[in-house]
Design a protein around this ligand. Structure first.
Ligand SMILES: Cc1cc2nc3c(=O)[nH]c(=O)nc-3n(C[C@H](O)[C@H](O)[C@H](O)COP(=O)(O)O)c2cc1C
Length: 343
């Protein structure tokens, strides 16, 4: 199969217009590496995406969206399709196991004109994977192929897939799957370098990226899984041929990770973020987070970010307990303002 023009356009777009500063090669850095904020349910909403973009994420995604819910016109599912021009390049991720529902959902997603549609073939959660969606697609490759190929034929935006190494250690099929996906016409593949049975823990097997590339896969391969620190990022940049890095948990309450990686890629020094700057960023994030949702929901759902933002603070456990008990938006703003002012 010949590389399709949209693939080149898409990646050249990211590399040339979004990442000019890493276009020049250095001795230390052999490649240009776009940075992706991973899709995360209940995390990668508008606020999180925007804070991550501000600190260097090149591509952001929606939370995953259930294809059945989309075709049933579920309001919540539709709300996840919404993004703004300044968030581009933006990917909408869908999941499901039914051919018709996935194809129709992809068409609905395409009508929102994202930069790409990503198919989730990596979710480990039992109620999803055991019904054949998410990582469950890896257990029925023919059906997986039919879904991906149907979507690729039905939409004109680039289609990508985010998947895992395989169902379990005895059934690692990422090379076979990558070949099939490439033949279906996907424009990039994200590989969470764990099996479904490893869930979110266990050592990520980054060495599989080299094996996939050596097997002749030419679509860009984005590495994901276990890139939680600058050291992890340096390791994968130096030791794997990945075309892009996707970060999930490492970016929650720590969007500077993108900036730190960018500095490394550009051979620029990275100055440590002060606690006051962290608190200021948490406040900025919270102000974005509380837009368009009820106060109770906003305060409760921001706790997971707050907990990460304040790690590294002196007396962190005291602050954490204090922050987790806050019930109103003004209490959160007050406390974060006090932390900003505490030099
Ligand atoms: C809270 C949470 C929600 C997630 N939701 C999604 C999702 O909607 N779609 C998806 O493809 N992966 C989802 N993931 C998996 C991540 O995208 C990523 O593959 C995984 O966390 C491994 O990357 P990491 O080691 O950088 O965290 C989620 C992970 C977390 C922690």
């Amino acid at each position: 199969m010949i590389i399709s023009p949209p693939l080149k356009v898409y990646f050249n777009f990211i590399l040339q217009s979004v990442l000019p500063e890493i276009f020049s090669q250095t001795a230390d850095i052999p490649r240009k590496v776009p940075l992706f904020l991973a899709p995360m349910e209940e995390i990668t909403n508008y606020a999180c995406r925007n804070i991550s973009r501000k600190f260097g994420a090149d591509v952001v995604y929606s939370e995953f969206i259930n294809s059945d819910a989309l075709i049933r016109n579920c309001k919540k599912a539709y709300s996840k399709l919404i993004f703004y021009a300044h968030e581009r390049p933006f990917g909408i991720q869908i999941y499901g196991q039914d051919l018709h529902s996935m194809t129709e959902a992809a068409k609905i997603a395409a009508s929102y004109n994202p930069d790409l549609i990503d198919i989730n073939a990596g979710c480990w959660v039992k109620k999803i994977s055991h019904r054949g969606a998410g990582a469950g697609l890896l257990r029925n490759i023919q059906h997986f192929q039919e879904i991906v190929s149907s979507i690729c034929r039905s939409v004109s935006v680039p289609v990508t897939v985010k998947t895992r190494l395989g169902w379990d250690e005895n059934n690692i099929n990422i090379i076979e799957v990558s070949k099939i996906l490439q033949d279906c016409g996907v424009q990039a593949i994200t590989v969470h370098c764990r099996t479904r049975s490893q869930k979110m823990a266990g050592t990520p097997q980054w060495q599989w990226i080299e094996k996939i590339k050596s097997a002749g896969i030419f679509v860009p391969i984005i590495i994901n899984g276990g890139i939680l620190s600058i050291q992890d990022a340096k390791n994968v940049i130096r030791n794997t041929p990945a075309d892009g890095l996707m970060i999930a948990r490492g970016a929650i309450g720590n969007p500077w990770l993108f900036q730190e990686i960018k500095c490394f890629l550009s051979n620029l020094p990275f100055s440590t973020i002060s606690l006051s700057e962290k608190a200021a960023c948490a406040l900025e994030h919270f102000i974005l987070h509380i837009q368009n949702i009820s106060e109770t929901k906003a305060v409760y759902s921001f706790r997971k970010f707050l907990s990460s933002y304040i790690s590294g603070f002196p007396n962190v456990s005291v602050h954490r307990t204090e922050l987790m008990q806050l019930k109103t938006k003004s209490e959160i703003i007050h406390l974060l303002t006090a932390l900003i002012e505490r030099k």
